[in-house]
Design a protein around this ligand. Structure first.
Ligand code: ZN
Length: 159
């Protein structure tokens, strides 16, 4: 027999969550017209401040959670802003201010950067997360809870 579904959020529980993300009074993201997000609590799959606030919430609970920048995407890092020579890009890359580029670093990881300025020979790339320095407000509802399977815990994500 399967063990009963958990009634509240603790580590290693697969959580389904409806949420709306509000930043500076504006709705940035919402699951209202989509499926709830699903993640395993305690594995750092979501931002630390949200994971902390969800701990102990019961199935069906709704809550408004304020997460300060320090527990969300961190402070804006001035060192994460770099000038790069335009000649280093292939010609088909649209180098316009405001554009987000996916770039590969030396380890092959993908980094996202926004072009924040363009000069004659260089563009300025900002590697900070777009929400760095922002305080976030989440309106959440817990829609489903279940134990993670051994396979999910091994993989580190919900299936
Ligand atoms: Zn997997």
């Amino acid at each position: 027999m399967n063990p009963p579904n958990p009634s509240e959020i603790t580590d290693n529980i697969v959580v389904s969550l409806d949420y709306t993300l509000i930043v500076d009074g504006e709705v940035l993201e919402s699951t209202a017209d989509a499926k709830p997000i699903q993640f395993i609590q305690g594995l750092g799959q979501i931002i630390p401040g949200l994971e902390e606030a969800l701990d102990g919430m019961a199935l069906g609970d709704s809550k408004t959670i304020s997460v300060p920048a320090a527990k969300a995407y961190g402070k804006v890092d001035p060192d994460a802003v770099q000038k790069v020579k335009i000649e280093e890009f292939s010609e088909d890359v649209p180098l316009e201010v405001g554009t987000f580029l996916d770039l590969r670093d030396q380890e092959g990881d993908t980094l996202s950067a926004q072009i924040t300025a363009k000069g004659e020979d260089t563009v300025t790339l900002d590697f900070n997360h777009p929400l760095a320095g922002k305080d976030l407000v989440f309106e959440v509802t817990v829609t489903e809870l279940r134990l993670a399977t051994e396979e999910e815990l091994e993989h580190g994500h919900a299936h």
